[in-house]
Design a protein around this ligand. Structure first.
Ligand SMILES: Nc1ncnc2c1ncn2[C@@H]1O[C@H](COP(=O)(O)OP(=O)(O)OP(=O)(O)O)[C@@H](O)[C@H]1O
Length: 563
């Protein structure tokens, strides 16, 4: 392993032990002096071992002088002698992984012999932190006080705000007063130049408001007409943070691996950045909505439509509506056309999971890439009546487009386990008419390890665009056809009234938990349109970093020492 340059090293006290502490550009490491002399410096690839400990500089939240009162009386009593010798102290707050993708903030206090040494350490660490330019300094926070169990405000004030303060992040907080308050504020009023990111405290519905507000604002600022299905959308420059406080927090779960407010806050503080594809959904030349997770027609559309009528039941409504819809066993006729993504590295059945640092997402084809242009070319041919698009006419129980795995605590693998967050594609899953038992077998596979696509009535395609046309002409909805139909309180964007006006031969599209007012839609995956304060799901052992042992090896020339 390449040897890191030591920026500073000292013998300090931690609890009642003397420790050797060293700082490089990337790691702060410490080890017990006596122990390491006896046993050497065996360090395994984890951030902490019995002998040597380390924390990545990019995961340090802050460093500050430890006030006299905050030093524990226990340590004063135990190491009385040492405490007198080392009366000055500084505390480093850093990210600690506690399993299940959860992050916590830990503190470690080092005691120094002189004020000068203490100041030198604080300055050196702060200097390294100031080099981390991806960290946000100023955030715009929207809190939905009614999301989930109505604990959004409390979660923010008790768990998140103290961490932001510790990391010297300033936040302007808006507690929303009505549905779409955050979206409309972002779209028109918010002075976005002041901020490094936008944070929502709430569930997936609240995230969707932020997404729609930010994307609309970005397009308006750049003179792009969102209603044009072929418009090239401009990516949003502000990152979005999600503090989960809803009854469904799937986007947070899919991008961090847990729905935990403290972990989310820490991902925001360290300035993580996870690009994400967004599907634009149009009906003719009208933008209906954007979607980041699931677009589902047939089964998932019907479950949502039914569950919206049972809101009073709480989360149990999903189970009840699921059973009812399953027993109804409806199927719908129509035509699905799609533009396959032939130029990606992955395939929906390749078992390659999208994880932190995903190679498939990093490989996204650019416009300079010949292969990508070929897809666009094919599309042009299609418009002239030639091939490129695939077309399927049939009777379908479900048509699902997964823009990400859609994993959640209920379905840990998700609808499409190998779908990617940012590769510019969606996985189109087509479940043809089959027996009730077969459909049950397919659904069951979402909960076990078997390949859910391995059925003759199921097909899956990785696509860049797709369209759906129901067999029978839709009745014209009297609802407002504008980009975001009016919504009050927690009711869905388009109420059951709209869907009821369709003939029974139509289902509805479930678009990230909202019902669309049209069955005939055109969908385009907008590659990496937004970025989240997240890094994708980390593999359990992914928290490895440069071995701090290299810091202990003798330097050829003496490092800056502050003993
Ligand atoms: N102040 C408010 N009053 C009423 N509705 C609001 C308010 N602020 C936001 N909303 C709306 O509440 C809806 C649900 O919010 P959110 O996603 O935060 O909670 P949730 O409990 O996960 O929702 P759901 O029950 O839909 O899963 C969002 O669609 C949002 O537009």
């Amino acid at each position: 392993m390449e040897k890191q340059q030591r920026l500073l090293s000292s013998k300090l006290f931690q609890k009642s032990r003397q420790v050797e502490v060293a700082l490089s550009r990337s790691v702060l490491a410490w080890r017990e002096v006596e122990k390491s002399r006896k046993r050497g410096s065996g360090f395994s690839n984890s951030s902490e071992t019995a002998r040597s400990h380390g924390v990545q500089v990019c995961e340090i939240l802050s460093v500050h002088k430890t006030e006299e009162d905050h030093r524990s009386t226990r340590s004063k009593n135990r190491g009385n002698q040492h405490f007198l010798q080392y009366p000055h102290a500084f505390t480093v707050s850093y990210v600690r992984r506690t399993g299940q993708h959860q992050w916590r903030c830990s503190d470690i206090t080092f005691h120094c012999a002189s004020q000068g040494v203490c100041d030198q350490w604080i300055e050196a660490i702060n200097e390294q932190l100031s080099l981390l330019t991806n960290r946000p300094k100023s955030l715009l926070v929207y809190i939905n006080p009614y999301g989930g169990k109505r604990r959004g405000k409390r979660i923010y004030e008790q768990k998140v705000a103290p961490l932001f303060r510790r990391a010297c992040i300033s936040a302007d907080v808006i507690v929303t007063e009505y549905a779409n308050h955050a979206r409309d504020h972002l779209k028109t009023e918010a002075n976005l130049d002041k901020y490094d990111g936008v944070v929502c405290v709430g569930g997936d519905g609240m995230f969707s408001e932020i997404l729609h507000g930010l994307v609309a604002r970005t397009q308006a600022d750049h003179g792009v007409d969102q209603n044009q299905p072929d418009a090239e959308l401009v990516p949003c420059f502000l990152r979005i943070g999600i503090i989960p406080a809803g009854s469904t927090d799937c986007i947070c779960f899919a991008t961090i691996g847990t729905s935990d407010p403290v972990s989310s806050a820490l991902h925001i503080i360290v300035g993580d950045s996870q690009p994400m594809d967004v599907c634009s959904v149009h009906h003719d030349d009208i933008l209906l909505r954007y979607s980041v997770s699931l677009l589902g027609y047939g089964f998932y559309g019907d479950v949502l439509t039914d569950s919206e009528r049972k809101r009073w039941l709480g989360p149990a409504r999903y189970d009840l509506s699921g059973v009812k819809t399953f027993l109804s066993h409806n199927y719908y006729e129509g035509t699905v056309s799609f533009l396959p993504a032939e130029d990606t590295m992955g395939h929906p059945r390749d078992k390659l999971r999208c994880r932190s640092g995903c190679r498939v997402c990093q490989h996204k084809p650019s416009s300079e890439d010949g292969e990508w242009e070929m897809s666009e070319e094919k599309e042009k041919f299609t418009k002239d009546g030639s091939s490129g698009w695939s077309v399927i006419h049939g009777k379908f129980i479900a048509i699902n487009a997964a823009n990400m795995s859609c994993a959640c605590p209920r379905s840990p693998k998700g609808l499409s386990p190998s779908a990617h967050l940012a590769d510019g594609t969606a996985d189109l899953i087509i479940v043809r008419k089959c027996s009730r038992l077969d459909f049950f077998r397919h659904l069951l596979r979402h909960t076990n390890k078997d390949d859910q696509f391995d059925h003759p009535f199921v097909e899956v395609h990785r696509v860049r665009k797709f369209r759906f046309q129901p067999r029978h002409q839709e009745l014209v909805s009297l609802e407002d056809l504008s980009e975001t139909p009016k919504k009050t309180g927690f009711s869905p964007m388009c109420t059951a009234r709209t869907t009821c006006s369709y003939s029974a031969s139509h289902s509805s599209w479930n678009c990230d938990g909202e019902i669309l007012p049209h069955a005939a839609i055109q969908v385009s995956v907008q590659c990496q349109l937004i970025r989240l304060f997240a890094r994708g799901i980390e593999e359990q052992q992914q928290c490895v970093f440069e071995d701090p042992c290299t810091l202990w090896a003798p330097e050829p020339s003496k490092p800056h020492s502050a003993d």
